[in-house]
Design a protein. Structure first.
Length: 202
Protein backbone atom coordinates (compact mmCIF):
# COMPACT_ATOMS: atom_id res chain seq x y z
CA UNK A 1 0.00 0.00 0.00
CA UNK A 2 1.38 3.40 -0.96
CA UNK A 3 2.04 5.86 1.81
CA UNK A 4 -0.58 8.64 2.02
CA UNK A 5 0.71 12.16 2.57
CA UNK A 6 -0.02 13.77 5.93
CA UNK A 7 -2.74 16.40 5.80
CA UNK A 8 -3.11 17.49 9.43
CA UNK A 9 -0.83 18.69 12.20
CA UNK A 10 -0.94 19.09 15.96
CA UNK A 11 0.40 22.47 17.02
CA UNK A 12 1.55 23.31 20.53
CA UNK A 13 1.36 27.07 21.14
CA UNK A 14 2.89 28.62 24.25
CA UNK A 15 3.29 32.07 25.78
CA UNK A 16 6.88 31.56 27.03
CA UNK A 17 7.40 35.00 28.55
CA UNK A 18 4.56 34.54 31.05
CA UNK A 19 4.70 32.49 34.26
CA UNK A 20 2.93 30.17 34.55
CA UNK A 21 3.04 29.82 30.76
CA UNK A 22 -0.36 29.32 29.10
CA UNK A 23 -0.26 26.68 26.36
CA UNK A 24 -2.70 25.06 23.97
CA UNK A 25 -2.63 22.11 21.62
CA UNK A 26 -4.80 22.24 18.55
CA UNK A 27 -5.23 20.03 15.48
CA UNK A 28 -5.30 21.84 12.14
CA UNK A 29 -5.19 21.10 8.45
CA UNK A 30 -1.86 21.55 6.73
CA UNK A 31 -3.72 23.48 4.04
CA UNK A 32 -4.35 26.22 6.65
CA UNK A 33 -2.69 29.54 5.87
CA UNK A 34 -1.19 31.86 8.49
CA UNK A 35 -4.17 34.21 8.44
CA UNK A 36 -6.41 31.32 9.46
CA UNK A 37 -3.84 30.31 12.05
CA UNK A 38 -4.03 33.84 13.45
CA UNK A 39 -7.81 33.42 13.79
CA UNK A 40 -7.23 30.08 15.52
CA UNK A 41 -4.75 31.49 18.02
CA UNK A 42 -7.11 34.32 18.84
CA UNK A 43 -9.83 31.77 19.60
CA UNK A 44 -7.83 29.34 21.73
CA UNK A 45 -6.25 32.04 23.86
CA UNK A 46 -9.34 34.18 24.17
CA UNK A 47 -7.82 37.26 22.56
CA UNK A 48 -10.24 39.79 21.10
CA UNK A 49 -8.31 40.59 17.89
CA UNK A 50 -8.08 44.24 18.87
CA UNK A 51 -4.45 44.77 17.89
CA UNK A 52 -1.86 44.31 15.16
CA UNK A 53 -0.14 40.96 14.77
CA UNK A 54 2.48 39.15 12.73
CA UNK A 55 4.30 35.85 12.32
CA UNK A 56 8.08 35.48 12.27
CA UNK A 57 9.06 32.52 10.10
CA UNK A 58 12.67 31.97 9.06
CA UNK A 59 13.44 35.68 9.67
CA UNK A 60 10.58 36.75 7.40
CA UNK A 61 7.53 38.63 8.67
CA UNK A 62 3.97 37.71 7.68
CA UNK A 63 0.88 39.65 8.65
CA UNK A 64 -2.29 41.35 7.43
CA UNK A 65 -2.29 43.74 4.46
CA UNK A 66 -0.76 47.08 5.42
CA UNK A 67 0.44 50.31 3.89
CA UNK A 68 3.91 49.64 2.53
CA UNK A 69 4.53 53.41 2.36
CA UNK A 70 5.22 53.43 6.09
CA UNK A 71 8.83 52.67 5.21
CA UNK A 72 9.10 49.75 7.59
CA UNK A 73 10.55 46.34 6.81
CA UNK A 74 8.36 44.54 4.30
CA UNK A 75 5.62 42.38 5.77
CA UNK A 76 4.47 39.51 3.53
CA UNK A 77 0.83 38.50 3.40
CA UNK A 78 -0.03 35.84 5.98
CA UNK A 79 -2.77 34.48 3.76
CA UNK A 80 -0.19 33.49 1.15
CA UNK A 81 1.77 31.05 3.32
CA UNK A 82 0.35 27.66 4.27
CA UNK A 83 1.51 25.24 6.93
CA UNK A 84 2.17 22.58 4.31
CA UNK A 85 4.86 24.87 2.84
CA UNK A 86 6.51 25.11 6.26
CA UNK A 87 6.55 21.31 6.51
CA UNK A 88 8.07 21.09 3.04
CA UNK A 89 10.78 23.57 4.07
CA UNK A 90 11.44 21.59 7.28
CA UNK A 91 10.23 24.41 9.54
CA UNK A 92 9.12 22.94 12.86
CA UNK A 93 8.77 26.05 14.99
CA UNK A 94 8.10 29.77 14.52
CA UNK A 95 6.73 32.81 16.36
CA UNK A 96 3.50 34.78 16.44
CA UNK A 97 3.33 38.23 18.05
CA UNK A 98 0.02 39.78 19.05
CA UNK A 99 -0.37 43.41 20.18
CA UNK A 100 2.80 45.36 19.45
CA UNK A 101 2.27 47.36 22.64
CA UNK A 102 1.89 44.50 25.15
CA UNK A 103 3.95 42.33 22.79
CA UNK A 104 2.59 38.86 23.47
CA UNK A 105 5.07 36.41 21.92
CA UNK A 106 3.66 32.97 21.10
CA UNK A 107 6.00 30.07 20.37
CA UNK A 108 4.45 27.68 17.85
CA UNK A 109 5.72 24.14 17.54
CA UNK A 110 4.55 21.73 14.86
CA UNK A 111 4.25 18.86 17.31
CA UNK A 112 3.27 16.09 14.89
CA UNK A 113 1.65 15.44 11.53
CA UNK A 114 -0.75 12.73 10.39
CA UNK A 115 -3.08 11.68 7.64
CA UNK A 116 -6.78 11.91 8.50
CA UNK A 117 -9.12 10.17 6.07
CA UNK A 118 -12.20 12.15 6.99
CA UNK A 119 -13.29 15.02 4.77
CA UNK A 120 -16.11 15.89 7.17
CA UNK A 121 -13.90 16.46 10.23
CA UNK A 122 -14.22 19.99 11.54
CA UNK A 123 -10.80 21.54 12.01
CA UNK A 124 -9.19 23.34 13.77
CA UNK A 125 -9.95 21.22 16.84
CA UNK A 126 -8.95 22.08 20.41
CA UNK A 127 -7.13 19.20 22.13
CA UNK A 128 -5.94 20.43 25.50
CA UNK A 129 -4.20 23.25 27.31
CA UNK A 130 -3.35 24.81 30.63
CA UNK A 131 -3.53 28.23 32.28
CA UNK A 132 -5.69 31.11 31.26
CA UNK A 133 -4.25 33.71 28.89
CA UNK A 134 -3.58 37.23 30.19
CA UNK A 135 -6.33 39.84 29.85
CA UNK A 136 -6.10 42.25 26.94
CA UNK A 137 -4.21 45.52 27.55
CA UNK A 138 -2.80 44.40 30.90
CA UNK A 139 0.64 45.84 30.12
CA UNK A 140 2.49 42.89 28.63
CA UNK A 141 4.35 40.26 30.71
CA UNK A 142 5.45 42.77 33.40
CA UNK A 143 1.91 44.13 33.78
CA UNK A 144 0.46 40.64 33.96
CA UNK A 145 2.98 39.58 36.59
CA UNK A 146 2.02 42.64 38.68
CA UNK A 147 -1.65 41.75 38.25
CA UNK A 148 -1.09 38.15 39.41
CA UNK A 149 1.26 38.84 42.29
CA UNK A 150 0.09 42.20 43.63
CA UNK A 151 -3.51 42.84 42.62
CA UNK A 152 -5.32 39.49 42.62
CA UNK A 153 -4.23 38.26 46.08
CA UNK A 154 -4.77 41.63 47.78
CA UNK A 155 -8.42 42.80 48.04
CA UNK A 156 -7.26 45.98 49.79
CA UNK A 157 -4.66 46.98 47.22
CA UNK A 158 -5.03 50.74 46.46
CA UNK A 159 -5.19 50.02 42.70
CA UNK A 160 -7.65 47.14 43.01
CA UNK A 161 -10.58 49.18 41.71
CA UNK A 162 -8.70 49.94 38.47
CA UNK A 163 -8.50 46.20 37.77
CA UNK A 164 -12.01 45.26 38.88
CA UNK A 165 -13.25 44.86 35.28
CA UNK A 166 -10.53 42.21 34.78
CA UNK A 167 -10.98 40.47 38.12
CA UNK A 168 -14.74 40.14 37.63
CA UNK A 169 -15.40 40.32 33.92
CA UNK A 170 -19.12 40.86 33.21
CA UNK A 171 -19.00 38.31 30.39
CA UNK A 172 -16.37 35.78 31.51
CA UNK A 173 -16.91 35.91 35.27
CA UNK A 174 -14.23 35.90 37.96
CA UNK A 175 -10.67 35.57 36.73
CA UNK A 176 -9.33 32.09 37.44
CA UNK A 177 -5.88 31.31 36.05
CA UNK A 178 -6.64 27.57 36.08
CA UNK A 179 -9.90 27.87 34.14
CA UNK A 180 -9.11 27.96 30.43
CA UNK A 181 -12.83 27.69 29.55
CA UNK A 182 -12.58 24.80 27.06
CA UNK A 183 -16.26 25.07 26.10
CA UNK A 184 -15.74 28.72 25.16
CA UNK A 185 -12.64 27.79 23.17
CA UNK A 186 -14.55 25.12 21.24
CA UNK A 187 -17.37 27.56 20.55
CA UNK A 188 -14.97 30.16 19.20
CA UNK A 189 -13.15 27.58 17.11
CA UNK A 190 -16.51 26.60 15.64
CA UNK A 191 -16.52 29.98 13.94
CA UNK A 192 -13.09 29.32 12.47
CA UNK A 193 -13.65 25.69 11.51
CA UNK A 194 -15.23 24.80 8.21
CA UNK A 195 -16.11 21.40 6.85
CA UNK A 196 -14.22 20.55 3.72
CA UNK A 197 -16.61 20.25 0.78
CA UNK A 198 -17.41 16.67 -0.18
CA UNK A 199 -16.01 15.61 -3.52
CA UNK A 200 -18.60 15.26 -6.24
CA UNK A 201 -18.97 12.08 -8.20
CA UNK A 202 -17.87 12.36 -11.81
Amino acid sequence: MSKTSDNTAVLRITLPEVSPSPWREVEVRLSMNLKKLHDTIQAIFGWYDYHLWEFDVNEKRYGPPQDQEWGEEKVLLAQNLKLEKLIKDDVRSFLYVYDFGDHWVHHIEIFSTAYVDDTDMRLPRFIKGEYRAPPEDIGGPPGYEYFLKEILPNPNHPERECYEHLINDPLEGAFDINDIQPDVIRGLLGRVARKRPKSRAA
